[in-house]
Ligand binder design. Structure first.
Ligand code: ADP
Ligand code: SF4
Length: 696
């Protein structure tokens, strides 16, 4: 299949100062959890993007000095030569695939947690951070000079490490933006007051960096041209700064939002459509003669090419689309459009990387596993036991992913069997919930893959019991039968069912009953009771409110949908629920459900009551494990039928995120020819380089 000529524009090179981007696809800085502590993980992840055709791959934010210690979050660091050596590994591996390596040199200023450093945060003025519970020291002139020179020294080290692009990063209301913004900068000296004064720190830092490395490295600056709120600058001042600094910068990396409102930059698909940042950044062209790079969760080559042709930006930046598909540029280049694994905008990658974990992705199970597990998103080795037939029972996300990887590993025959008329399991119907439409990409991509694999047979409308499985004729069996929402109200607060909760009754409902059986509350007033803390309860509350019900969203947790704080959706979700007329109650544990009334206790032990015609239970899910247990408990019968092994994956092991169910299915298929596939192989661990003395 040939590339559509309309996309040729995406493959034009772009000159940035002394360097050239080979095309217009650019992996912007994003967190991974690797920093400098896991240099090989860092290198493996970035190099995969380089191999997949991105013109540049950048680090996450990279602190220039210890007073920007991000602990407990993991940033990269360029404090000393040890950090230089750690990041040089990334540069070498990125260069090996013909891409440029970028480093996002950074200082958090007031927004700095410093759990390792312990000494005060530094900021233009002593005003409390709006993002973390920090009151900083107001920087003295000596602090200003020192941090600017730390930045220069970090840039010199970055050049030595092999970086081609060096950032003076001021987006997300970090230190340079804190100087520029009157919201943070209350100074009365030459670093405060007028725009020229507020711009001085950023300009002086750019000058030092440019003077030190500008002949060898491209200088990039990241700026939130419009904070879309008080935590930065508005567009006119953003543009004015770009005019002042244009002679010092080779590439403008522009976005919107702030640290507190990062949700507006790394926008979840529940609230932001592909390309939403274009309208906020389209006027940057007025202020600069240099190339402009923007972001907006772009996965459609048509949309990307249209942006370039419109002249708004020169380069398409991507963090999440590059995590979901490191080979996106290569696939566009080759016209393999159906292969593109499109980001669904769920922000699970952020929840995995940011709290100091290991970046992971719902769509791409191999993200973050490049080095430690050696997984390549596009390459699969033939399995040693590929001459067997495998039966996968259940075509939800775990079963589909497992069958795809088994198919790619060359198994003689993979039979993917599902009880329903359609494959997809939970991914069949979750996209029909309010705000989850883009999640349909999970099923769409897998359906296309399954159709292409001639050794995978998909059989729907067939429910298998243990006898059917034993007689099926496959040597290997994978049970992926998923989970269901509890109909008795068992929940994390009491670990017991709720008195009167029974989804067999007309006034008690579960998510599947609402979405798959069209069961509806028998009256107007509904309580949605949440113990999960993620999207399901708010989505059903919004759905039922939209259908005209008076909805109260009650949770036994300390706040509404706490996990959506990590996915950057919570504030927006609360707003949406409020606007839909949903009344929210936190810290309430229900103890009795009856037609017409629901009772419970609040956090202080006081009794509470709700007048409700129905209750929707979103308390917890329960694994559908009966089939697996019945098979596993009778090994003799398996042996008699020639079945070598039975495994289970996904929600039927334990109810989990779709991301983790997919990961589990992928993991088993990658390791199905190991000595003991049920037990994950150990992964490579990176330890600090400081030698640990032997015990005396
Ligand atoms: P996961 O997230 O683990 O993939 P899901 O609940 O999304 O789980 O999907 C499980 C799938 O398994 C559903 O599509 C369901 O219809 C199917 N399933 C469950 N039990 C059986 C069975 N006994 N035979 C065939 N398919 C089954
Ligand atoms: Fe996109 Fe979700 Fe993957 Fe992040 S985790 S890259 S948002 S699909």
């Amino acid at each position: 299949m040939a590339r559509d000529p309309r996309h040729d524009v995406l493959f034009e090179p772009v000159r940035i100062g002394p360097k050239t981007l080979r095309n217009r696809f650019y992996q912007v800085p994003h967190c991974t959890g690797f920093g400098v502590q896991k240099p090989r993980g860092q290198a493996g992840h970035r190099a995969m993007k380089a191999e997949g055709g991105w013109a540049a791959a950048c680090t996450e934010y990279c602190a220039v000095s210890p007073d920007s210690d991000e602990t407990p979050f993991i940033s990269a660091r360029m404090w000393d030569d040890g950090d230089l050596r750690a990041l040089a590994v990334m540069c070498d591996e990125v260069h090996a695939h013909g891409a440029l390596a970028g480093v996002e040199l950074h200082h958090s200023g007031a927004h700095c947690p410093r759990r390792e450093w312990r000494l005060p945060a530094l900021a233009p003025s002593q005003v409390a951070s709006d993002y973390l519970l920090v009151v900083p020291k107001a920087m003295e002139k000596s602090d200003i000079r020192r941090i600017a020179s730390d930045w220069r020294d970090a840039a010199v080290r970055a050049r030595e490490a092999g970086f081609d692009i060096v950032y003076v990063y001021g987006a997300h209301s970090y230190l340079p933006m804190q100087f520029l913004s009157p919201f943070y900068n209350k100074r009365t000296d030459e670093y405060g007051g007028s725009l020229e004064n507020r711009a001085r720190f950023w300009l002086e830092t750019l000058e030092l960096v440019r003077e030190a490395v500008g002949d060898d490295c491209a200088i990039a600056s990241r700026i939130a041209v419009d904070a879309l709120g008080p935590y930065g600058v508005e567009l006119e001042e953003g543009l004015a700064f770009i005019r002042l600094a244009d002679h010092l910068v080779d590439l403008w990396d522009v976005n919107v939002g702030s640290a507190l409102e990062w949700s507006k930059d790394s926008g979840a698909s529940s609230f932001f459509a592909e390309g939403w940042q274009v309208e906020h950044t389209r006027r940057v062209r007025e202020a600069t003669a240099k190339p402009i790079l923007g972001v907006g969760r772009f996965t459609s080559p048509d949309a990307m090419a249209a942006v370039i042709r419109s002249g708004v930006w020169d380069v398409i930046g991507a963090a999440r689309p590059s995590i979901a598909d490191p080979f996106l540029p290569a696939k566009v280049e080759a016209g393999r459009y159906g292969e593109i694994r499109e980001c669904i905008g769920c922000n699970i990658c952020i929840t995995k990387a940011d709290p100091g974990g290991n970046v992971g992705c719902t769509q791409n199970a191999t993200a973050g596993e490049e080095y430690r597990r050696g997984w390549h998103p596009e390459r699969f080795e033939r399995a040693e036991n590929a001459d067997r037939d495998v039966l996968v029972v259940g075509a939800g996300p775990a079963g589909m992913e497992c069958a795809i990887v088994l198919g790619k590993r060359g198994f003689r025959r993979v039979h993917l069997v599902d009880a329903e008329k359609e494959i997809g399991g939970i991914t069949r119907w979750v996209p029909r919930l309010p705000r989850r439409g883009e999640w349909a990409r999970l099923l769409n991509w897998r359906r296309i893959q399954l159709e292409k694999l001639s050794n995978v047979e998909v059989i729907t409308g067939t429910r298998l019991d243990a006898g059917d499985v034993r007689e099926y004729g496959a040597e290997l069996v994978v049970v992926a039968t998923g989970a269901h929402w509890a109909g008795d109200g068992i929940n994390p607060a009491t670990h017991e069912p709720i008195d009167g909760a029974d989804a067999g009754l007309a006034h008690v409902l579960t998510p599947e009953q609402i979405m798959l059986e069209a069961k509806r509350p028998p009256g107007e007033r509904v309580v949605v009771y949440d113990g999960e803390g993620y999207y399901m309860a708010p989505a059903l509350a919004e759905l039922l409110a939209g259908e005209g019900h008076a909805v109260e969203l009650v949770t036994c947790l300390g706040e509404i949908a706490p996990f959506t704080y990590e996915t950057l959706e919570q504030k927006l979700l609360r707003r949406a629920l409020h606007d839909a007329g949903v009344v929210m109650h936190e810290h309430v544990v229900l103890d009795r459900i009856a037609a017409g009334s629901v009772t419970g206790v609040d956090e202080f032990g006081e009794a509470v009551a709700f007048e409700a015609d129905a209750v929707v239970l979103v308390t917890q899910r329960v694994s559908n494990e009966a089939l697996y247990l019945e098979l596993a408990e009778r090994p003799d019968e398996l042996e008699a039928e020639g079945i070598e092994a039975v495994y289970r994956i996904g929600d039927c092991v334990a109810p989990q995120l779709i991301a983790d169910a997919i990961f589990d299915g992928h993991r088993l298929a990658r390791e199905i020819d190991s000595d003991d596939p049920a037990t994950p192989l150990p992964y490579l661990r990176e330890r600090p380089e400081t030698p640990v003395p032997a015990p005396s």
